[in-house]
Design a protein around this ligand. Structure first.
Ligand SMILES: Cc1cc2nc3c(=O)[nH]c(=O)nc-3n(C[C@H](O)[C@H](O)[C@H](O)COP(=O)(O)OP(=O)(O)OC[C@H]3O[C@@H](n4cnc5c(N)ncnc54)[C@H](O)[C@@H]3O)c2cc1C
Length: 435
């Protein structure tokens, strides 16, 4: 066993997913000597682009996690992408987008036409939505996403359209999620409301490096330089003077500070009896299992620019929606449409949808144009998402006060589930850290 008695002001970051890499990027810029420990053989965590060759062995890829990233003007993610100097391309489907409801497809309510034709929405609801700029800002109380949207856009929108929009992004019903899970909402509200604030903040664009999210994670790891893969942290030990000892597989390393950039159950286990209150609070954050199916089919005429489908739950019987690559996406295989189908999350799944034939049967109910697949692959995402229930912010604030000195915690459970949330949150955290 090798032992490395650390140098001064050295920080070890545990976890080489986007959170750990972002923390490393910002702390290094603040002059700290850092090292990242990643348990698996590759960096990126969920943000990995995996090889999935086509039927004839052609190069092809799938995304383990995000298939596209929302980049807002002047956002932390926009700054990061600019500084990494990566070549970006549009990453979301530009072809038809639908809402599946009442057993059939409707145009996506994210467009004006779609909103006017949306099922269950009438002139009273449109009038209610139009007064949104005049609705006062909330009183700061913790509220659910359902309550937030009912307050701002009316109960018709919240009841008829919101469930599918939220299920497709956060894989849970809006009644179970705190509005704080989407930090941009509160920013827009503070800027004059969803409409006026949205106009002021400017549009968000879906962008990704040519090589997918994996290329972003690798570029960050290369820029940071000191990322060690196949290096799991197994235990933490406090040392005199506020220093820490990390026990790895066959390695012990001492350091001035530790950043835990790990999913909450792992952080909870590492904290264990050292900080039992924080460990229990972390353990209590629910996490959602998502099942993701990737399939390749003959291209459908009119779908070359990619499609998107969101299903009003529970009409999909557990199937939440599907999205495809555009045909010119370098991750796909020429001539085939690559579809990714989401199942589960916080929603019950009908037993037939536990396996591909049931999933495909349900998918074809909404997308009958889709022919039998030429390739299928399941990528389960166990405990992928934190469920940020009402009370989540208070739980996080409380558990942070229980953290021992020189031990830090960053990640989706703290800053929000999306990579833009992580970029924003970790940039702010690193800026205010007392060093
Ligand atoms: C299917 C899916 C779709 C998604 N879609 C989007 C999207 O469209 N847009 C978006 O913005 N976000 C999306 N996300 C969310 C986003 O991918 C995640 O929030 C983000 O990648 C989480 O990064 P992280 O570093 O916090 O955690 P993780 O990615 O979980 O990384 C944690 C890392 O820690 C490592 N690790 C674990 N235990 C140890 C240990 N003991 N020692 C050392 N290392 C350890 C793991 O191997 C892992 O690499 C999606 C996620 C999934 C699963």
């Amino acid at each position: 066993m090798s032992t490395n008695r650390g140098t001064t002001h050295r920080t070890i970051i545990l976890g080489g997913g986007m959170s750990g890499l972002l923390a490393a990027w910002h702390l290094q810029r603040r002059g700290l000597e850092i090292e990242v420990w990643e348990a698996s053989p590759a960096v990126g965590g969920w943000a990995q682009t995996l090889s999935w060759p086509g039927p004839q062995g052609e190069p092809g890829f799938l995304e383990r996690g995000p298939q596209s990233l929302r980049v807002g003007r002047g956002s932390a993610l926009a700054r990061l992408l600019r500084e990494l100097n990566l070549e970006l391309r549009p990453s979301s489907p530009k072809g038809p987008r639908w809402l599946g409801k009442e057993g059939r497809r409707h145009p996506s309510p994210a467009t004006i036409i779609g909103l006017l034709q949306a099922p269950g929405i009438g002139p009273g609801d449109w009038a209610r939505m139009l007064v949104e700029p005049f609705i006062p800002t909330g009183n700061g109380a913790d509220e659910t996403l359902h309550a937030f949207f009912a307050r701002r856009l009316g109960t018709g929108f919240a009841r008829e359209l919101l469930p599918a929009l939220v299920a497709g992004v956060l894989a849970a019903p809006p009644e179970r999620i705190s509005a704080g899970a989407l930090p941009r909402l509160r920013c827009l509200e503070a800027m004059g409301g969803l409409l006026i604030g949205g106009l002021r903040a400017g549009p968000e664009h879906d962008r990704l490096p040519l090589g997918g999210t994996g290329a972003l994670a690798r570029a960050l790891a290369t820029a940071v330089g000191c990322v060690r893969t196949r290096r799991p942290a197994l235990a933490l030990e406090p040392l005199p003077g506020g220093r820490w000892r990390i026990h790895g597989d066959s390695l012990i390393s001492d350091t001035d500070a530790v950043v835990l950039a790990l999913p909450s159950p792992v952080v909870s286990e590492l904290l264990g009896t050292m900080a039992p209150v924080a460990a229990q609070a972390l353990e209590a954050i629910p996490r959602l299992d998502l099942r993701v199916w990737h399939s390749r089919h003959a291209m459908v005429k009119g779908w070359e620019r990619g499609i998107g489908l969101l299903i009003h739950p529970p009409e999909g019987r557990g199937l939440l929606g599907a999205v495809s690559f555009a045909s010119d996406d370098p991750r796909g295989v020429p001539g085939l449409i690559q579809v990714r189908t989401y199942v589960g999350g916080a929603f019950p799944v009908d037993p037939p949808l536990e396996a591909w034939p049931g999933v495909f049967g349900e998918l074809q109910r909404w997308l009958p144009e889709l022919s039998d697949p030429v390739q299928v692959r399941e990528e389960p995402c166990p405990a992928a998402f934190p469920l940020m229930e009402p009370g989540h912010d208070a739980r996080v604030a409380g558990l942070l006060t229980e953290f021992p000195p020189n031990l830090h915690w960053v990640g989706a459970d703290r800053f929000g589930p999306g990579i833009p949330n992580l970029a924003e949150g970790i940039e702010g955290w690193a800026r205010t850290l007392a060093l």
